[in-house]
Design a protein around this ligand. Structure first.
Ligand code: NAD
Length: 243
C-alpha cells in the first residue's frame, strides 16, 4: 500500500533514530522525503539512499525560512511535516543553568514552532497538509523535572494550539508521546542494566519501544486514514503513562 504516493514529506532530525526510521518508512510508501538534520556525516549516508538530505539547525529561523522555500520551489508542494529533531538532558534542577534551558528550548520547542511557522504557509496554498510533532511521555506524567520535560511540554501545548489555528485551512496537527524507545538518544539508559530493568519493570508491556513502532503511529496520523483527527495526543509507551 502506498499511502504517500506523490506526497512530499519533511522530517527533522531525520538522520538518526526515529527520524531516520520514519524517513525510510515514508519513502517505502511512495513519498519524496526531505530529511533535515545537523549531523553532516549521517546526512551524507542518507542521500545515498535516495533521501533528499539537508543540513538544517531547527533552532535557526533563517535555516527554516530557506529550507521551506527551497523545498517548495523544488517540489511545488509540502504535504507532511514531522517535527522530530531533538536533544535530551539528564541534568537535575540544581545543575540546570540558564544556558541549558535556552539551548533545549531553542531546539526542542522553538524548532517545532518555527517548523510550523515556515512550512504551514506552503501547505495552506493547497488547503491541506499534516503536521506531526514528537513530544515525549515526560510531558504527560510527573517524572523527572528537568529542562527536557519542559521543552516537550511546550511541544504539547503548541501542537494543540496549532491544530485550532490551522484547522480552518485544512491542516491537521497532532502530537505523539513516545515512551523510552531504543535509539542512540537512549543508548546510555539501555547500557545500564539497573536503569534498563527499572524502565522495563515500570512498563506494562514489559519492554522498550522500537523506532518503527513510533513510525507506524506517525505515518497513520500523517495519512488520509486520519483525515478527521487533529489536536490528538497519542502515547506510544507500552502503557507507561496509563499507570
Ligand atoms: N528515544 C526516546 O526514548 C524518545 C522518547 C520520547 C521522545 N523522543 C523524541 O524523539 C525525537 C527523536 O529522538 P531519537 O530518540 O530518535 O534521537 P536521536 O538522537 O537518535 O535523533 C535525534 C536527531 O535530531 C538531530 N538534531 C539534534 N539537534 C538538532 C538541531 N538543532 N537541528 C536539526 N537536527 C537536530 C540529531 O542530529 C539526530 O539526528 C526527539 O525529539 C526526542 O526528544 C525520544
Amino acid at each position: 500500500m502506498e499511502r504517500f504516493a506523490n506526497k512530499v514529506v519533511m522530517i527533522t532530525g531525520g538522520a538518526s533514530g526515529m527520524g531516520k526510521e520514519m524517513a525510510f518508512m515514508f519513502q517505502a510508501e511512495g513519498a519524496t522525503v526531505i530529511a533535515a538534520d545537523v549531523s553532516e556525516q549521517r546526512l551524507n549516508d542518507l542521500s545515498k539512499e535516495g533521501i533528499d538530505a539537508r543540513y538544517v539547525d531547527v533552532s535557526n529561523e533563517e535555516h527554516w525560512r530557506q529550507l521551506a522555500d527551497d523545498v517548495y520551489q523544488k517540489y511545488q508542494r509540502i504535504d507532511v511535516l514531522v517535527n522530530n529533531a531533538g536533544i535530551s538532558s539528564e541534568k537535575t534542577i540544581e545543575e540546570i543553568e540558564a544556558a541549558d534551558w535556552e539551548t533545549m528550548m531553542n531546539i526542542n520547542g522553538f524548532g517545532a514552532f518555527a517548523g510550523m511557522k515556515h512550512v504551514v504557509p506552503y501547505m495552506k496554498k493547497h488547503q491541506e497538509g499534516a503536521v506531526v510533532n514528537i513530544s515525549s511521555y515526560t510531558a504527560q506524567v510527573g517524572m523527572g523535572l528537568n529542562v527536557y520535560t519542559a521543552s516537550k511540554g511546550a511541544v504539547r501545548a503548541i501542537s494543540r494550539a496549532a491544530s485550532v489555528q490551522y484547522g480552518p485551512s485544512g491542516i491537521r496537527v497532532n502530537a505523539v508521546f513516545p515512551g523510552v524507545i531504543e535509539t542512540p538518544m537512549t543508548k546510555g539508559l539501555q547500557e545500564s542494566q539497573e536503569t534498563l530493568q527499572r524502565l522495563v519493570g515500570a512498563t506494562p508491556l514489559g519492554r522498550l519501544g522500537k523506532p518503527r513502532e513510533v513510525g507506524q503511529a506517525v505515518l497513520f496520523l500523517a495519512s488520509e486514514e486520519a483525515s478527521f483527527i487533529t489536536g490528538a495526543e497519542l502515547v506510544i509507551d507500552g502503557g507507561f503513562t496509563s499507570q
